[in-house]
Design a binder for this molecule. Sequence first.
Ligand code: ZN
Length: 220
Amino acid sequence: MITSPVGLKQINNSEDVAIIQKLLNFRKDLTKSLTDVKVDGVLGIKTLEHLRLVQKISQIKQDAIVSPFGVTLKVLWPLEFGKPTGYGIRGKDSYGEGHHGASRGSRVHDGADYVSVPGQKVKAPMSGVVTKISRPYRTGIDALILSGVEILASDGSKAWVWYIQPDPYVVGSVVKAGTSVLGIATTLTNRYKNGITDHVHLRIHDANGNKVNPATLIPS
Ligand SMILES: [Zn+2]
């Protein structure tokens, strides 16, 4: 979620500091009576005060430093999962089944397909920060219409959510699983004309880069 350490005598890239400031303001349960920090990307006394309080309440080392994938970041924004569309996994249609590991001819399905209604809001399946736009197709009309996002979690897990029209300002935003809106579901019927069930394709890798079956993580 951050590229280098934030805190006293650390690198403090302004984008990283801003993400930590946003997280601190989201976690009123940890910052208690302290008023919001200004999200300006500048590490000041107030941000350090917030960090120390979060570390004290969480009973971890009070060094006011947040490292990428470190314990303070995991405390601030824990790895959590939520339903992206509110619907279940796509059953059998003329293009196959939507569960992880389903047959796709010579290969297997590397994600899980959650049924969607085109136009509906699609929510973050995993807590983290939206790092970039991720496109399922590189060329043609589908590359323009069918899009998605990549999310990085505090422990290094990654999720890709495809077949949505991402919100214009979603890249760089902090998202909470099952709550934060990533964008709007798009229809797949232009590419798959023979009767596909509209869905979002969700792929998840754990912190070590191993593929994980999303259905084992997403609450049903
Ligand atoms: Zn799929």
